[in-house]
Ligand binder design. Structure first.
Ligand code: SF4
Length: 387
């Protein structure tokens, strides 16, 4: 089914809401939702809720009332992504600095934005080997939910139906990639919904969101740190990764705001930090025009970085293509302030301190970049072709 936003019907948006309603009505399905960080900044905008009222806990309550079996938090798998990607960064830097013929190139580039990954593959394929192999938080969630956590929850993997609520249209194609499947060939994420689709589901269910109380997200996939929540804004993945990379190298936490220089809204910005005596040069770009300029400069050898974060949408996922649309109004800054406040007020602000992530490594994965982690949480960007 397609919903059109275009006055002449030329542009159509895929609508997957019926598939989710059908799964929730199927007594054999265990429907597990995950809610992405940036969704908590925006889902109430078209429903008459203030930002204070539109909490992720209230959305959790609505999804449960609609028929969800579990409602979890993508912040959890954002923390998991940091553990894997941060470790990948440190390994890559060590191998690069050791030199030799096979030394990998720097910078390592983030991989959690499928719009960016597709852009690199299509326009700058020479840089694909430098894109992190870590899957995005959406896909790490699906891979874990249908393996370890299906066991923990006593659910048969074949009955688990994973639905993600995303600020993003590109997440639909990411979930459908041939590489994002489990051993049985089933997709790790069955349906990726945009925020607009979830709003339509709430309206179609004739729910009055204001009349629902907050409900805690389910555990153990329902807890994320302040570092996980800032994934939803430009510079957030970089800042979260630096917090944990510092801990992994130095053995103690930095001040939570030690890397705040990476924040801001310049389309391409850079910073230099000292990491235990090694200079670490980082850059952040948002919007693909800025990403293109950055890659052109790297190609020319005009700039040198160790780690680069790119988000395809201006402002990052807070400005994502699946967010509510308000003609002529740009809300990315306002939504970013919500995420920054959630991080600031979070009890835990470091991904490596997420107790559920620690338990996941202790009980199942072993450690970041272990054989099992590589199998479930990493991917090969060259294993599929651009359509
Ligand atoms: Fe999707 Fe845009 Fe976020 Fe990239 S920046 S993951 S394209 S919403």
């Amino acid at each position: 089914q397609c919903i059109t936003h275009c006055p002449v019907g030329a542009l159509r948006e895929r609508d997957d809401t019926e598939r989710v309603f059908d799964a929730m009505a199927d007594p054999n399905k265990v429907v597990m939702f995950q809610i992405a960080p940036a969704v908590r900044t925006s889902w109430g905008e078209e429903l008459g809720l203030s930002r204070e009222e539109a909490t992720v806990e209230r959305l959790c309550s609505l999804l449960h009332a609609m028929g969800a079996s579990y409602v979890f938090d993508t912040d959890f798998s954002a923390d998991l992504t940091i553990m894997e990607e941060g470790s990948e960064l440190l390994h890559r830097i060590a191998e690069h600095d050791a030199g030799g013929e096979d030394a990998p190139a720097l910078p390592l580039m983030t991989s959690c934005c499928p719009g960016w990954v597709r852009y690199v593959k299509a326009r700058y394929p020479q840089f694909v080997p430098q894109v992190s192999t870590s899957k995005s938080p959406q896909q790490m969630f699906g891979a874990m939910a249908k393996t370890h956590y299906a066991d923990v929850l006593g659910v048969e993997a074949k009955d688990a139906f994973c639905v993600s609520v995303m600020p993003c249209v590109a997440k639909k194609t990411e979930a459908a990639l041939p590489t994002m499947v489990g051993e049985s060939g089933d997709p790790d994420v069955d349906v990726a919904l945009t925020v607009r689709e979830v709003v339509r589901m709430i309206r179609a269910s004739h729910m009055d969101p204001a009349s629902y109380e907050d409900r805690e997200l389910d555990r153990p996939l329902g807890f994320g740190t302040g570092a996980g929540v800032i994934f939803g804004t430009t510079g957030g993945v970089m800042e979260a990764a630096l917090r944990s990379a510092y801990f992994l190298v130095v053995g103690e936490n930095p001040a939570p705001d030690a890397f705040k220089e990476v924040r801001g809204c310049d389309g391409w910005r850079e910073a230099v930090f000292d990491l235990n005596g090694r200079e670490l040069r980082v850059a952040i770009a948002h919007g693909l025009a800025n990403a293109g300029k950055l890659l052109d400069a790297l190609e020319r050898g005009a700039v040198h970085y160790d780690f680069v974060e790119v988000m395809a949408c201006p402002g990052g996922c807070v400005g994502g293509g699946g967010q509510p649309i308000h003609d002529g109004v740009e809300l990315a800054d306002e939504r970013t302030a919500v995420l920054r406040a959630l991080d600031h007020d979070a009890q835990i602000r470091f991904s490596h301190e997420n107790p559920d992530v620690a338990a996941c490594y202790r009980d199942f994965l072993g450690e970041p970049l272990s054989e099992l982690s590589e199998k479930l949480l990493h991917t090969d960007h060259t294993a599929w072709d651009m359509p």
